[in-house]
Design a binder for this molecule. Structure first.
Ligand code: SAM
Length: 356
């Protein structure tokens, strides 16, 4: 605030005295820990061909048992400790987070911290029923994944014959419950749903939601990723611009995943998440917690660190805190910057397990 400002002075926040293990952390590349993505289940009611292909995640697939999942109390405790290390944003994800029973209860517990940026990513299939409860529980923001408005294409991509209309109803229910702006994530895969790009842009532009295009990534080890399947964001910018002119915007904050563009007619914005063609490792401040309490420091990781054993073995807050510090301070990941056809073949952890 400038000296002559007439705005009332905010009381200064008391300086937080942190124990040595309770401090803001920096990894080996100077990146702070700011975001934590929490997977609350490894199960999903969709079988998106690029994420949980049926041939792998079929009837015989061994999902986690209930007792293996972190309880809401355990998640709450971890969030409290992660906050002490600088985490400001929590994204609840999965699998499909809305298939976890009584998820609203967890939201309510986390919404207690009103300075926490709390958000959730869903496939939208259960949103029509749950949007109001999530909002009432204190959820502030929501992202819905949707890959096409073309019903046969969408049904084929989710591979459980789920209709587009029900996801759109879910998005409407979320808007009616007071979420906004709603973000919609579309994974674009060459030869599969490119033709849906402009119709999706037009549809969500008219409704004031922010559509973000995600480059198809080589996450996990089961989606048969090839570079030829990736539609680079710069190509999408051109495709959209030809019909709906757009121009670049400044990022909201350092490390923002999506590059922001706005429609020149002033009707809103779109985003591009270019993990493949324009890696953003340099600014990556995210950690991911699997549903059973393994902590990963990269979406493309092959190994995590077990927190559940420590929690259930009677570990103190200080011990948990020290493990967070140890893991983050040793972090050197920058997978997307060094990706090659060879690294893409590594047995990376699945996105449905680690959380999207
Ligand atoms: N079930 C929730 C959902 O659908 O949003 C949350 C989990 S899902 C794994 C999170 C996001 O990851 C979705 O937007 C999904 O499309 C995206 N995703 C999954 N596999 C991907 C891949 N190989 N490349 C890019 N995005 C992917």
């Amino acid at each position: 605030m400038n000296e002559n400002s007439t705005a009332p002075r905010q009381p200064e926040r008391p300086l937080q005295i942190l124990a040595p293990s309770r401090q803001e952390l920096s990894d080996t590349r100077g990146r702070p820990l700011r975001d934590l993505r929490i997977s609350v289940t490894d199960r999903c009611n969709f079988r998106c061909t690029y994420c949980m292909p049926k041939e792998v995640f079929g009837k015989d697939f061994q999902f986690l048992e209930r007792t293996q999942l972190l309880s809401f109390g355990e998640i709450h405790r971890l969030v409290r400790i992660f906050r002490d290390h600088g985490v400001e944003k929590i994204r609840i994800t999965g699998g499909e987070p809305l298939v976890r029973r009584k998820l609203e209860r967890l939201i309510e517990m986390l919404a207690y911290w009103d300075d926490l940026d709390l958000t959730l990513t869903t496939n939208g299939s259960l949103l029509k029923q749950k949007a109001r409860d999530l909002r009432n529980a204190g959820l502030r923001r929501i992202t819905v994944s949707l890959d096409s408005l073309d019903d046969p294409v969408f049904r084929a991509m989710n591979d459980v014959d789920f209709p587009v209309e029900m996801v759109l109803e879910g998005i409407d229910a979320a808007a009616a419950a007071g979420f906004g702006p709603i973000k919609v994530n579309m994974v674009v895969k060459r030869g599969v749903n490119e033709h849906s790009v402009v119709p999706m842009a037009r549809y969500f532009k008219d409704r004031g939601h922010i559509l973000r295009f995600i480059e198809f990534m080589d996450v996990g080890a089961t989606n048969g990723w090839k570079m030829e399947h990736v539609v680079p964001s710069r190509e999408l910018v051109q495709t959209i611009s030809r019909e709906l002119p757009i121009e670049p915007l400044d990022p909201n904050y350092r490390g923002e995943v999506a590059e922001r563009w706005r429609y020149k007619d002033g009707t809103g914005e779109v985003g591009f998440i270019s993990s493949v063609t324009h890696a953003f490792c340099r600014d990556c401040t995210r950690a991911r917690l699997s549903a059973e309490g393994q902590l990963y420091t990269c979406l493309f990781a092959t190994q995590g660190t077990d927190f559940k054993a420590l929690l259930r073995g009677g570990g103190s807050d200080d011990e948990v805190s020290q493990l967070v510090s140890k893991v983050w301070m040793a972090r050197s990941d920058r997978y997307s910057e060094i990706r090659t056809a060879e690294t893409a073949k590594q047995r990376k952890v699945e996105m449905s397990y680690i959380g999207g």
